[in-house]
Design a protein around this ligand. Structure first.
Ligand SMILES: *Cc1c(COP(=O)(O)O)cnc(C)c1O
Length: 391
């Protein structure tokens, strides 16, 4: 089976991990700080807080921004459930914004309308999680302007977008957001096995997230309620978690980061080939570069245009799987998940997202995908489409 995504591990990566195993530190130690520094250097953000998953980074980001019961968090309907769940972890209510029919990211037009209504009803969000779907940056400048107008905070869920750019700056610079989050799950562009990072330019937010990743404990006497009892002393001043990244993971991350640009340009090479090879098919290829935006290209999603039968999308998907192509669907609209139905969300409320869901298929996209394999994927898709048309 040709998977839709896969890590690329070099001998150097393996060596880096082995070295940590022979060192004094296994869990959070010097490699974690080096990895944080490396991601900050790459993105231009001032502070990086490495944690054990992208989900944990989202959770800490929400907590650092003060999200709690009675607040609202909004995000795109087309994302992984974690972009929404982080709000629920904090006891906040979650609502969604429909997507743009071209970029498939959350629509700034829909956001604007929803904010106007919410403003009248006195239920403005505290946080917007802007998800850079497939690695394509959202329209951050207008989103930032709206956040100032309506007084909400912005988290970029850049789990797909490391290595991407917006207005010439690396995703993660936090120029138009409070915090940016990366995931280092193995299907993502850079991996640490499991892992994530929250980036920010705000020292207070960084300090808070660093404290929360390790139980809410501090050794800084200035933050304590009284003088330390002795050199052993620490105080727990918040309710935190054990969200630490290990040095084993960080060593892999440091080594992977060296190949980030290579990974992303290889992804663009493959995407160029897909765009070309698929141009005569009745499908919509993803938007990637438009001067302002350069995609990190975690995913290559195509939309199958309807030709009559409503079963087509599923038939094409199953045909590809039968041919050994591990296509996937990113994502099931989050508001249609049973858990969010229990929270009052209803199918039929975000039609653009629901249309997307009925057409989207993720084709294999990862640096080690060969051109031969890619040709096989394209041939299988062509067959699938003509096969489904004739039935
Ligand atoms: C992968 C992913 C996450 C969660 O990251 P983990 O590291 O798996 O916890 C969050 N949001 C999006 C959009 C993702 O793709």
């Amino acid at each position: 089976m040709i998977p839709y995504g896969r890590q690329s591990i070099s001998e150097e990566d393996i060596q880096a991990v082995v070295e940590v195993l022979r060192s004094d530190f296994l869990t959070q130690g010097p490699a974690v700080s080096v990895f944080e520094g490396g991601v900050c250097d790459y993105t231009g953000a001032k502070y990086g807080v490495a944690v054990n998953s992208g989900t944990s980074a989202l959770h800490l980001a929400c907590l650092a921004l003060g999200l709690g019961a009675g607040d609202w968090l909004w995000t795109s309907c087309i994302t992984f459930v974690a972009s929404a769940n982080c709000g629920r972890y904090c006891g906040a209510e979650v609502d969604f914004v429909d997507i743009d029919p071209v970029s498939w990211n959350l629509s700034v037009e829909r956001l604007k309308e929803k904010l106007e209504t919410a403003n009248k009803e006195n239920r403005l969000p505290k946080i917007l999680v802007a998800v850079h779907l497939s690695g394509l940056p959202c329209d951050m400048e207008p989103i930032h302007a709206l956040s100032k107008q309506y007084g909400f905070r912005v988290i970029e869920d850049a789990s797909h977008a490391i290595g991407g750019r917006y207005q010439g700056e690396p995703v993660g610079s936090c120029r138009f957001s409070d915090i940016t989050v990366f995931s280092f799950h193995p299907v993502k562009t850079v991996t640490t096995g499991e892992g994530g990072m929250a980036l920010t330019n705000d020292q207070a937010l960084a300090d808070k997230m660093m404290r929360l990743r390790t139980h809410g404990i501090t050794r800084d006497s200035e933050l304590m309620s009284h003088e330390p009892d002795g050199p052993w002393y620490y105080q727990q001043i918040d309710l935190g978690f054990n969200y630490r990244m290990t040095d084993i993971q960080a060593a892999l991350g440091i080594s992977q980061l060296k190949r980030l640009d290579e990974f992303v340009s290889r992804r663009h090479e493959l995407a160029d080939r897909y765009d070309h090879l698929l141009q005569d098919l009745p499908i919509q290829c993803p938007s990637r570069d438009d001067g302002d935006k350069y995609s990190g290209l975690h995913l290559y999603v195509v939309r199958i245009k309807k030709h009559g039968s409503s079963g087509t999308h599923k038939q094409i998907f199953c045909y590809m799987r039968d041919k050994g192509v591990g296509v996937n669907v990113h994502y099931i609209p989050v508001h249609t998940q049973p858990y969010y139905n229990q929270q009052g969300m209803r199918e039929g409320s975000f039609l653009e997202a629901e249309r997307y869901y009925n057409e989207a298929i993720s084709l294999p996209m990862y640096p080690e995908l060969s051109e031969q394999q890619q040709n096989y994927v394209v041939d299988a898709l062509k067959e699938a489409i003509s096969d489904c048309r004739s039935t």
